[in-house]
Write a new protein. Structure first.
Length: 254
């Protein structure tokens, strides 16, 4: 169960943005979509504790992380979130294995046996075992994304935050990695909040979709039960291909 009441005003010079997001859900994966600047990524930052809130409440799986009325404000490390940033933020000087295990120990300590086994389990789950000693600059975009996802899951987070997880990838890779993310997230049983502009991300991964605009949730769509008409009304139906694009798509999938 996730309960969010996120309220704060942001100012930059003469500009002001008001974030007023409220939702409650027991779905495993919530998808946030809508135009740029609507407050989707800000909401993820607020949940993680990276964006201070003036008032509100954050409850994840029965644990209260923030409640302005009761004076509860859990620090960022105490919230135990796995955060996948859009450009992955891997450490270029560390190996794949060291990147995945980075959050499990201090810089001057070695991984414990249990943590090492956890890292190796994740490397195997993402097909990265043979690349354990490679550096990020030797990896493809898809491999870097797998490393970042494995790192986000390494510390057994209570919640996975995914901010445009496929935006930096070649479109040809996205369907494959959506399926991989769906499988691994289910395998490790971690609920997730997904920010995306791509309708296909929502249809492949999210149980519920929330349309954001001007700092607020304007619409909720239960994708598990939504009809084609419901999806179209919510702007979640991809536009049909023109005949030439349909012909080319058929050739690619032949």
């Amino acid at each position: 169960m996730i309960e969010l009441a996120l309220h704060t005003a942001l100012r930059e010079g003469a500009r002001q943005f008001q974030l007023d997001v409220e939702l409650a859900s027991s779905a495993a994966v919530l998808g946030f979509y809508g135009p740029s600047g609507a407050g989707k990524s800000l909401s993820l930052q607020a949940v993680a504790g990276l964006l201070p809130l003036q008032r509100g409440r954050i409850v994840v799986q029965g644990e209260c992380w923030f409640d302005s009325a009761r004076g509860i404000r859990r620090a960022v490390p105490e919230r135990r979130v796995g955060y996948l940033f859009q450009h992955y933020a891997l450490f270029p000087h560390l190996s794949v294995r060291a990147n995945v295990g980075f959050g499990l120990t201090r810089w001057y300590q070695r991984l414990s046996r249990a943590d090492g086994e956890r890292v190796d389990e994740l490397l195997a789950a993402f097909g990265l075992s043979e690349l354990a000693h490679a550096r990020p600059d030797r990896l493809s975009g898809g491999q870097r994304q797998r490393v970042a996802l494995a790192r986000a899951l390494a510390a057994r987070p209570s919640l996975l935050l995914l901010d445009e997880p496929f935006a930096a990838l070649n479109p040809m890779l996205r369907a494959q990695l959506r399926a991989e993310l769906k499988r691994v997230r289910a395998q490790f049983g971690v609920p997730a909040l997904l920010v995306t502009h791509d309708v296909d991300d929502l249809l492949a991964l999210a149980d519920e979709a929330y349309l954001f605009d001007e700092g607020r949730v304007q619409r909720r769509v239960d994708l598990r039960a939504a009809s084609a008409e419901d999806r179209e009304a919510a702007g979640l139906a991809p536009p049909p291909d023109d005949p030439e694009t349909a012909r080319k798509r058929k050739l690619l999938h032949a």
